[in-house]
Design a protein around this ligand. Structure first.
Ligand code: ADP
Ligand code: NI
Length: 196
């Protein structure tokens, strides 16, 4: 069920044409993951779901000017999505703090839920596809024998993605993450074997 059609339509429009793994389909899966986690974890679901939809709108991989994008997002949330100023600020704080690369400590349970939901979408079959999509958007190959740096997609599995299961905030997400990471290891083993 889509409880926030004004938000989802806006995100669909802004992320249209994204080709580096941060498209509308990603936002939708993060929302789905939030709902899954919320079956086990109690939090303000309205804030977590809306933050899941919009979380990449002010990310450096999506926004041209982060400051402008942040102001626009806040205005959208208050004027069009009907959030209070306080709610909009909560949503924006989540978007600004959950990124892996920033390595920040999270203050709210909602931020932890959205962080796990976002990270789950970096793993599994979808995670493999997104990583390859991102790598090709910056002209990097899938695999170079013996190279486990960020210069290849499979290298990125090692520099970041295989670490995610142990970084999950909740047991429910950790369990899902472990399964998804196992599938990636199997993919990696097959990929390397087929290239021997
Ligand atoms: P975060 O918001 O947690 O910092 P990013 O937006 O940097 O995460 O990355 C999200 C997804 O984009 C990754 O899970 C991966 O699929 C892809 N990605 C990011 N950086 C790289 C990279 N150096 N090589 C390949 N894929 C990447
Ligand atoms: Ni994301």
């Amino acid at each position: 069920m889509n409880e926030y059609p004004v938000v989802s339509e806006h995100v669909k429009k802004v992320l249209a044409g994204n080709n580096n793994g941060h498209g509308y389909d990603h936002a939708n899966r993060v929302v789905k993951n939030v709902k899954l986690i919320c079956e086990e974890v109690e939090c303000n679901q309205k804030i977590a779901i809306i933050a899941a939809y919009v979380h990449d709108l002010i990310d450096r991989k999506v926004a041209v000017d982060i400051e402008v994008a942040t102001t626009e997002l806040e205005q959208f949330l208050v004027n069009q999505a009907g959030l209070s100023q306080g709610e909009a600020e909560q949503v924006i704080e989540i978007c600004q703090t959950i990124s892996y690369s920033k390595g920040l400590t999270l203050n709210s349970i909602e931020a932890k839920v959205v962080q796990d939901a976002d990270r789950l979408d970096a793993l599994g079959a979808v995670g493999i596809a997104r990583t390859i999509e991102y790598s090709s958007s910056v002209s990097r190959p899938v695999y170079i024998k013996g190279d486990y740096s960020d210069d290849t997609a499979i290298g990125h599995f090692h520099t970041k993605l295989y670490r995610l299961p142990e970084l999950m905030n909740f047991g429910v997400s950790k369990q899902l993450a472990v399964e998804k990471a196992k599938f990636m290891e199997l993919f990696e083993a097959h990929y390397i074997k087929e290239n021997e």
